[in-house]
Write a protein that binds this ligand. Structure first.
Ligand SMILES: Nc1nc2c(c(=O)[nH]1)N[C@H]1C(S)=C(S)[C@@H](COP(=O)(O)O)O[C@H]1N2
Ligand SMILES: [Mo]
Length: 392
């Protein structure tokens, strides 16, 4: 179960992790890298977040804090495999090698001198909503808040690879972060389609106008608009165009989705799966009255997003999906960012009323009532419903 944490809780959890499984905790490996959560990361705001497990930090944002177009950095959900190694900004460099004419090694100052690109888009963990699948599936039991929308600034991958002279023939971009798991645990190494990476991915060193925070991958991370968080390599130290996709646990076993819908609860053979890439169309309610009066308007708000570039429509139902009312979409939008929406809703009957929301994206995909169950619980996007007590 998740719970609110305090700074005392952090210490307790770190100790628990150290004692319970030496596996979860590792002392500093090198002078320039540390597993210690930087003190400035434990802000007052962060203490509102919902801690998921005994890791130093693995936390989702409460839904009622996801009401702004840009999610504040210190309320942004945090997810990583094992304990991170925070690279030192001074010694850090990004290597670009593989199928390139001129391998490059760039310091942060070098990156900052290159043409800047800014994108505003959603970062969502592929496992957000895993806890809402029936039957339950193993993994971090994220509910609603492993998602946020931010403005990311850095250098486009296309620009970097052009400078390195990417050769034709490469189809995949191998990506590596500075984090290393203990002993025999497989490392979190990933590759993604080079075409997507060259299309709109960036190596970001700023988040919402501030230097990228350590928990979110400082000095620089990959940003892959419209694609699940698993592609957004943090603490990025190497990118490498290659002919073949990377192999390993985090490519061949984890983060895969069934090719065709199966029966809930039934395992799917790996050969019948493909990597999780695009996000699925989804919406959530962030603001609603817990009590309302029949005939008196109340405001309901939330956000909606998709792997498609935009959201076309958001609808709310107060009768279990029999009829729907169109919500107003906020004017702010960017490709692959979320859309805030709001609805002036007038309760028609008294008693316990369930409000549900569904979104339709710019490609016409409609959010389903029930998400497609899958063995690892990825991309949950069933309707989000909340209960309102309506009085006479
Ligand atoms: N180096 C590294 N990058 C990583 C991960 C990781 O374990 N190591 N986890 C990924 C996953 S699964 C997610 S959902 C996002 C989370 O990014 P955030 O913590 O900034 O929200 O980072 C991704 N990048
Ligand atoms: Mo994730």
């Amino acid at each position: 179960m998740s719970s609110n944490f305090s700074s005392a809780g952090w210490n307790r959890r770190a100790l628990f992790a150290a004692a319970g499984g030496g596996l979860l905790y590792r002392p500093v490996l090198a002078a320039t890298r540390s597993t210690k959560v930087p003190a400035e990361e434990i802000s007052r705001e962060r203490r509102r977040m919902l801690q998921m497990n005994a890791y130093a930090i693995e936390a989702e944002t409460p839904l009622d804090a996801l009401t702004t177009y840009l999610t504040p950095n210190d309320l942004f959900f945090v997810r990583h495999h094992w304990n991170p190694m925070y690279p030192g900004a001074k010694t850090w460099s990004l290597t670009i090698d593989g199928e390139v004419e001129r391998p490059l090694s760039l310091k942060l100052a070098d990156l900052r001198r290159l043409p800047r690109t800014t994108v505003t888009c959603v970062l969502q963990c592929a496992g957000n909503g895993r806890a809402l699948h029936t039957p339950i599936v193993p993994g971090v039991q994220w509910r609603y808040g492993a998602v946020g929308n931010a403005r990311w600034t850095g250098v486009s991958v296309a620009d970097l690879l052009k400078r390195a002279g990417a050769k034709s023939g490469a189809r995949h971009l191998h990506t590596f972060g500075s984090d290393r798991p203990p002993a025999k645990v497989p490392p979190f190494h990933r590759s993604l389609d080079l075409e997507k990476a060259m299309g709109d991915a960036i190596v970001a060193y700023e988040m919402n106008g501030d230097p990228l925070p350590p928990l979110h991958g400082a000095p620089a991370r990959l940003v892959v608009p419209g694609w699940a968080g698993v592609h957004w390599m943090k603490w990025l130290v190497r990118i490498s165009p290659q002919a073949d996709a990377l192999t390993g646990f985090y490519m061949d076993t984890a983060y895969r989705y069934p090719n065709s819908p199966g029966e809930p609860g039934v395992p799917v053979p790996p050969a019948e799966t493909h990597p999780v890439t695009e996000l699925a169309v989804k919406s959530n309610i962030t603001d609603f009255p817990s009590q309302a009066s029949a005939g008196i308007p109340a405001i309901v708000r939330g956000f909606a997003f998709s792997g498609a570039p935009d959201i076309a429509r958001v609808e709310v139902s107060d009768d279990e999906g029999a009829t729907w009312s169109d919500a107003a979409l906020d004017t702010r939008h960017d490709p692959h960012a979320w859309r805030l929406w709001s609805l002036r809703w007038t309760p028609r009957r008294t008693g316990r009323v369930s409000l549900s929301v569904r979104a339709t994206d710019s490609r016409g995909s409609v959010q389903p009532k029930d998400a497609q169950w899958n063995p690892s619980g990825y991309l949950f996007n069933g309707w989000h419903s909340v209960q309102v007590e309506v009085r006479a």
